[in-house]
Design a protein around this ligand. Structure first.
Ligand code: FE
Length: 363
């Protein structure tokens, strides 16, 4: 497959060089629209490009886009924004949107973009080979690119980790007043509960949510990192958070965050049972993509062995492509058993999860 890819890339380069030669020697069609190159991508003579809306903001991503441009001649125009705002913008722009691709975090959110009619399916053998089936939409509307786990962290100086091994353990009355977790309005918690509903059923999901509420150290406030900081500060003993935030805190420029993260131990829940909840950050082709072929090439590139390590490592995430090793830091946390469900269920069960959170008063 790598051979096939390099052959495709080589022929692309060849075509591009010929086009350039033709342009330089004045042969071929007159360059009538020289002045507005880059403004639109409909003319055959114009610059090849792809327009990407992304919620990522890492300098190392740009290196990958530059590499993609080097290899294909396709320029990557990046619009950065917050996940929900990008989806709102796509919806607002409708068929006039410039965006060909959307990258956003959480399968629940990708599913939302799908059902809002903002994406279109992509049938690509490269993507099917690179991205495991459970990490992509069954109808191919979105593909996971990086994987995060939602884990339990504990205060190393106060908690014996042998006392807790499952999500269900968080509902044990012995943790009353000890649990820190962000608001249920956040998609990460909605997806976690959706996964528990998918695996254990609605009633168990409700019991779990109710039990966590009963054990909360305070009303939910702040993001995942704020929960970790609060555990370190003694507000509670256990917190629920995404793995990449631990990586970010350990590597933070803020010494307080580093200190807080170092005081925490990590538990991957349900290792003897149904596995730890995972989620993805992923990519979808927009419904009204004007540069469809270029966009699919970029999707394939980002799923490739070549790009996956750097793409995942930038956000301390696990590569979605199983042929690629996670970073040393993530390896140091050990391998873990993952929930074995299609992540599309996180989207399908999202409204059920939200309804349960409201019922049990998880703010
Ligand atoms: Fe996040």
């Amino acid at each position: 497959m790598t051979n096939k890819l390099s052959r495709i890339l080589l022929s692309l380069l060849l075509v591009l060089s010929l086009a350039l030669l033709a342009a330089c020697s004045g042969g071929g069609a007159p360059a009538a629209n020289e002045g507005d190159q880059g403004e639109s991508a409909t003319g055959a003579d114009e610059e090849q490009m792809v327009n990407l809306y992304t919620d990522r903001h890492y300098d190392t991503d740009q290196e990958l886009y530059d590499l993609f441009t080097q290899e294909t001649g396709i320029k990557v125009n990046v619009v950065k924004g917050k996940s929900d705002e990008l989806i709102e913008r796509l919806a607002r722009e409708g068929e006039d949107t410039q965006a060909d691709l959307l990258i956003t975090a959480d399968a629940g959110r990708l599913h939302r973009a799908k059902v809002q009619g903002l994406l279109q399916p992509v049938s690509s053998e490269v993507l099917f080979n690179n991205i495991p089936a459970n990490l992509r939409d069954p109808e191919n509307y979105w593909f996971g690119l990086t994987v995060r786990a939602r884990v339990i962290v504990y205060a190393k100086d106060r908690v014996d980790p042998s006392e807790i091994s499952t999500y269900e353990d968080l509902t044990d009355p012995k943790w009353k007043g000890k649990i820190l977790v962000r608001s249920s309005s956040n998609i990460y918690n909605q997806s976690l509960l959706a996964s528990l509903i998918a695996i254990h059923g609605e009633e168990k999901g409700r019991e779990w949510a109710r039990g966590v509420v009963e054990n909360m150290a305070r009303d939910p406030e702040g993001n995942d990192r704020a929960q970790a900081t609060a555990v370190a500060a003694g507000v509670g003993d256990l917190a629920i958070m995404n793995t990449y935030y631990i990586g970010k805190m350990l590597n933070s420029a803020n010494p307080e965050e580093v200190k807080a993260a170092e005081a925490l131990g990590i538990i991957f829940p349900d290792q003897e049972g149904t596995g730890t909840h995972i989620n993805v950050s992923g990519i979808g082709l927009t419904k009204y993509a004007k540069n469809k072929e270029n966009a699919i090439k970029l999707m394939e590139f980002l799923s490739s062995v070549k790009a996956q390590q750097q793409f995942a490592e930038a956000n301390f995430e696990y590569p979605a492509n199983p042929a690629v090793e996670p970073s040393e830091l993530l390896k140091s946390w050990g391998d873990f058993k993952r929930q074995d469900i299609s992540l599309s269920l996180l989207g399908e069960l999202n409204s059920k999860a939200v309804q349960i959170f409201n019922e049990v008063g998880w703010k």
